[in-house]
Ligand binder design. Sequence first.
Ligand SMILES: O=P(O)(O)OC[C@H]1O[C@H](OP(=O)(O)OP(=O)(O)O)[C@H](O)[C@@H]1O
Ligand SMILES: Nc1ncnc2[nH]cnc12
Length: 171
Amino acid sequence: MDIRSHIRTVPDFPKPGILFYDISTLLAHAEAWKATVETLAEAVAPHKPDLLVGIESRGFLVAAPLALALGCGFAMVRKKGKLPGQTIRYTYDLEYGTDTVEIQADAITPGQRVVVLDDLLATGGTMAAAIHLLRSVGADVTAAAFILELAFLNGRDRLDVPAEVLVSYES
Ligand SMILES: O=P(O)(O)OC[C@H]1O[C@H](OP(=O)(O)OP(=O)(O)O)[C@H](O)[C@@H]1O
Ligand SMILES: Nc1ncnc2[nH]cnc12
C-alpha cells in the first residue's frame, strides 16, 4: 500500500507560504488507513511499550487504534485546561509565541515504557514537550512514532529517543 499517495497537500494553509499535510484523505480510505495502523504497529512493537500516548488532537487518531492493535493502554497529552483532576503542565516555545501541554498526574505508573504518537513531525517542538512532560510523571519513554515527517525541518534533532516514521518528505 502506497500510504504517501493518500496524504493530501494543501498550499497556503493555515497561512500563506505554509504547505499543509492533510491526513483526512488517508483516514477516509479504509484500506490505506488499515495499512497505516498495521505498518505503524510493526514499527512500534519492538520498542515494547506498556502504554501508548497520543498528542492532541491528530495524535489521538493514531495512538488509539494502535493501542488496540498492540494490546496496550492509551493515555492523552492534551492542550491546557481540558483534563480533570491533578495535572502537570509544560510550556514550550513555538516559532512565534508559546504553547502549553498537560497530562493527568496519575496517567503513568512510574517506570512504564511509553511510546508517544503523533500524526506529523515538523520542528519537533510538540513531541519534545510531550516527552519532557511524560518524564516528569515517571514515564520511561522508549520511542516516538509518526505517520509522516517533514525531514527538512530537522525535528529529529530535538528528540533524544528513536523516531519511527512511515513517510518522509525531504523538501
Ligand atoms: O513538530 P511541530 O512543529 O511541533 O508540529 C507538529 C504538531 O503540529 C500539529 O498539531 P497542531 O498543533 O496543528 O494540532 P492538531 O493536532 O490539533 O491539529 C501536528 O499534529 C503535531 O502535533
Ligand atoms: N505543514 C504542516 N502540515 C500539517 N500539520 C502541521 N503541523 C505543523 N506543521 C504542519
